[in-house]
Design a protein around this ligand. Structure first.
Ligand SMILES: CC(=O)N[C@@H](CCC[C@H](N)C(=O)O)C(=O)O
Length: 373
């Protein structure tokens, strides 16, 4: 078996949520420390890592970033190497991202190039966000790369295909948490209460009118409420309800507008249902904006210099805190085709492992060219 497929399977078994990636960090460290250390410096950052491979005649530093966290999902793949952590799963491909990164790192330990390489193992991409604090860290100040790139698995594309575009690739995001508190009571006496289940249901419907009636239809925005909790038992009118969701917009102006409208509608719910509401916009991620020249050069490189296929895609409403790194360092992100019937964040996501060697092949060839010039 390809050693990086084996590594992927081992990492797949130990998914951990943001800033709790202790076993993951230990696994990564133990592998990286087993490689020859002469040209390598490793620094821990929270539950992540910075690993520098010193070049032969460095003129610049090339950065490559992987995320390392999992999601709170009960895995349903039935794979022999399914998650051993209860209700946690690598359902966004970060196990792939990590094993590919270790494959690239290993290659350049064995075959050094002129430039320095910085590998960034970043915690908490799914939330609350590790990229922004990592970017502000002492280590990043000292080792800041001159260019940086990363990939994300794409279940909808076949293996052997990558996909990207110049400019905007992923949306701006903001988490959304709304707590409602009213007067609960006996299920048979609704007139003596103000039911937070009814208030929450109304609010969920009203929130969608922001997308259909407040955002310019030629722009794009999404509000998803992914979780509702409230009440205690079937015959008690609920005193509390909580909505948890996320907002996605293609522009920061739309994000500001959507948030203003959410506040207005929540105020309306407070008045209409005689309750109290608290809004928390949680973590925000800046859009992923690919440097136009670097993305174009990479597209031409894969198209002309490799046996793989490039699809020039449209932007997506996914979010990625790698956007913060791209806002400060020129670079790009691309999608890696992994051909899974089930998509990202699905309990049955099962990416094709042949994509691991495809990614290692493309990226090591690309870095060899740009890192020896
Ligand atoms: C690639 C991907 O799926 N990223 C996540 C990022 C989540 C950001 C944040 N926790 C939020 O929910 O807004 C995504 O859901 O797009």
């Amino acid at each position: 078996m390809n050693p990086f497929v084996k590594i992927r399977r081992e990492l797949h078994q130990i998914p951990e949520l943001g800033f709790q990636e202790f076993k993951t960090q230990a696994y990564l460290l133990s592998y990286i420390e087993s490689l020859p250390q002469e040209r390598m410096t490793i620094k821990k950052w929270e539950t992540g890592l910075f690993v520098k491979i010193h070049g032969l005649h460095p003129e610049k530093t090339i950065g490559y970033r992987t995320d390392i966290d999992g999601l709170p999902i009960v895995e349903e793949t039935n794979l022999s190497f399914s998650s051993t952590h209860e209700a946690q799963m690598h359902a966004c491909g970060h196990d792939f991202h990590m094993s590919i990164t270790l494959g690239i790192l290993t290659y350049f330990v064995e075959q050094p190039i002129n430039d320095d390489l910085l590998f960034i193992f970043q915690p908490a991409e799914e939330g609350p966000g590790g990229a922004e604090p990592m970017l502000k860290s002492e280590m990043m100040r000292e080792w800041k790369p001159d260019i940086i790139f990363a990939l994300h698995i794409a279940p909808e594309y076949p293996v052997g295909t990558i996909s990207l575009k110049e400019g905007l690739l992923f949306a701006n995001t903001s988490e959304l948490f709304i707590d409602l508190k009213g007067k609960g009571g006996h299920a048979a006496y609704p007139h003596q209460t103000n039911d937070m289940i009814i208030a929450a249901c109304n609010l969920v419907n009203q929130l969608q009118t922001i997308i259909s009636r407040n955002v310019n239809p030629l722009d794009s925005a999404v509000i998803t409420i992914g979780k509702i909790t409230g009440g205690t038992v079937q015959n008690i009118i609920a005193e509390r309800a909580r909505l948890e969701g996320t907002i996605r917009t293609l522009t920061s102006d739309s994000m500001t507008k959507v948030k203003q409208r959410i506040k207005a509608l929540v105020n309306g719910i407070e008045t209409g249902f005689e309750c109290e509401a608290k809004i928390d916009f949680g973590a925000m991620y800046y859009q992923v904006y690919n440097d136009e020249k670097l993305a174009r050069d990479f597209i031409e490189f894969v198209r002309n210099e490799t046996k793989y296929e490039v699809i020039e895609c449209r932007e997506a409403m996914t979010g990625e805190d790698f956007g913060y790194m791209l806002a400060e360092i020129p670079g790009f992100m691309f999608w890696l085709g992994v051909d899974s019937l089930y998509g990202l964040h699905h309990a049955k996501l099962n990416p094709n492992e042949d994509a691991i060697s495809v990614a290692i092949d493309i990226i090591t060839s690309y870095i060899t060219i740009i890192g020896n010039n």
